[in-house]
Every structure is written in C-alpha cells, then in structure tokens.
Design a protein around this ligand. Sequence first.
Ligand SMILES: NC(=O)C[C@H](N)C(=O)O
Length: 309
Amino acid sequence: MSGPVIVVHGGAGSIPDSRDQQKFDGMCAAIRAAHYAYETTSSITEACQAAVECMEDDEAFNAGRGSVLNLKGEIEMEALFMEGKDMNAGSVTGVKNIAHPIALARKVMENTPHVLLMGQSANDFAVKSGFEAVPDDYLMTSHAKIALDNFLKSGSQPITTEIGQGSVGTVGAIGMDVNGHMVSCTSTGGITGKMAGRVGDTPIPGAGGYCNNEVGTISTTGHGDSIMRYCLASKIMHHLENGNDPNIAAQKACESMSSRVGGSAGAIVISKDGKIGIGFSSPKMAWAFLENRIIHYGIKHGQHLTTDL
Ligand SMILES: NC(=O)C[C@H](N)C(=O)O
C-alpha cells in the first residue's frame, strides 16, 4: 500500500437534500485535515482525531458544536476512540461544555485504566487533563434549537430524522497506516429529544465502533438504541472475520439490524487488507475517503462523486 487509508462519515438518517452540500464541504475539509495531520506526524491516530475534530468544529454535524439537544434542552455529548494494535479503547458519555469530546475519549484511553467515563466525572477529568471549558452558546446552534422545538411539537419518538434541521450528523473517522495499524473514532450529540442521561451506541465498543488490526476498523451511525441492541460494529467484525467483502459486511449488517430490531444505521469499514466498505440502511449517509490524492464522497445510495485533494 502506498499511503494511509482514511474514511470519514457525517451521519446516517433522513437528511433533506438542502443539507447535502454542507455535509460534503465538511467531510472534504475533514479528509484534508486528516491528510495534513498524517503528512506532518505520520500518525494515523493523529489523522483520525484531526478529521473528527474538524467535524466537531463544524455546525453542519451533530458532534461538538452543532450537537443536538435532549428533552431538557441540554447538550450531552459522547465519543469513542479505539486503536487496533491492542484493542485499547477510551470513551466518554454525558459530557458538557467541551469542544472536542473525541480528544477527551483519547485521554481516557491513554491516561486511565478504564474504558468509559460519564457525566460530571468525565468533565472533571477533562479539567484535570487541561481541557478548556466552552460555553453552551458556542456549542448550541439555532439548528439544534429548532430541531428540538419541532420534535416536541411532533410528539414523536427520538429517531435519526432531521425534524426541522440538525438532528442527524454523528461523525466518525477510521484509518489504517502503511504498517497496517488501525484506528476508529466516533463523536456525537446523540439524538434530538433523547431523555437526559440517555447513553447511546457511540461510546460503546462493539456498537458505535470497533478496531482490531487483525480484522478491521469500523465506525457506525444511526439510531443508537437499535445499534446497541444489535451490537452493529461487532456484527460487522464477524462478517469480516468470515471473509466477507467490507462493502457487503457493512450493508448486510445494517439491513439485518433494521429488519431484526428496527431503526436504521450506516457504517464505514476498512478491512485488514485495506479495502473500504460503506453501507447504510437509512435513506442517506454522508461518507468520504481519500485515494491517490482524490477525495471520493457521497450521501445517497449509489452516489459517488470525486474532487481533488
Ligand atoms: N445520528 C446518530 O448517529 C446518532 C447516534 N448514533 C445516537 O443514537 O446517539
């Protein structure tokens, strides 16, 4: 392999066509950030973190700034960082007032004996780790407020549909370096109208993501309560272990999840031989990857666009 493999997603669900271009722009920026980080550090860990941080800063996505609101009108964010050489993992849930939950998940992975820290304790750990607090005003966008208002008026259950604007858009980045070392990163605000304290799939290894150099790396998105019940990332790993092509592994697992437990989902995958897989049972999933200095991207089933790095 001549270079690293880097794939990102910007969320699965029902996304109005008017939002497509923002997602494309944000994902292409994330791929460029990852490429720059890799060129300057030769680290796939830095590259994937840079991609996710770029999307956490972009209010077109439901992660970091732009995160959706729970029933109390608050932001509670979640993230998972995982490395494939020893399946080390770090994650956070229910964190508030930080710009980059993915960076905090990495600190949990590298600097604690644990996998998952929650709520105020995760925020206390952020302070100890030198993270600056950011105000609610920075994280909370008008899109997220409109989405909660529309959700409350509709009286429906929290799902991954853009009710109004801003509900979909969990972000993920997966990568493999030239030595076959793999990383998986996922970050989200969850789903609009979730109960306060609800934990979704994103921070759970085997659901929101997984990474094992001997098999592959995965980041998922979609209806988290369904993804957890189905252990979506773990199912995709099984399909890879059974020799399935990563595209088939991702598509098959998302469709089986939808027919078995309901909800819809999407996943990005890299297998240990560097092949990329993209699959979703939702109407749309924003995805992008880099190959030979060309960015490939799309959001609808069957769509495949390209642009220069
Ligand atoms: N859009 C998403 O991917 C939402 C996320 N999986 C959750 O349910 O928390």
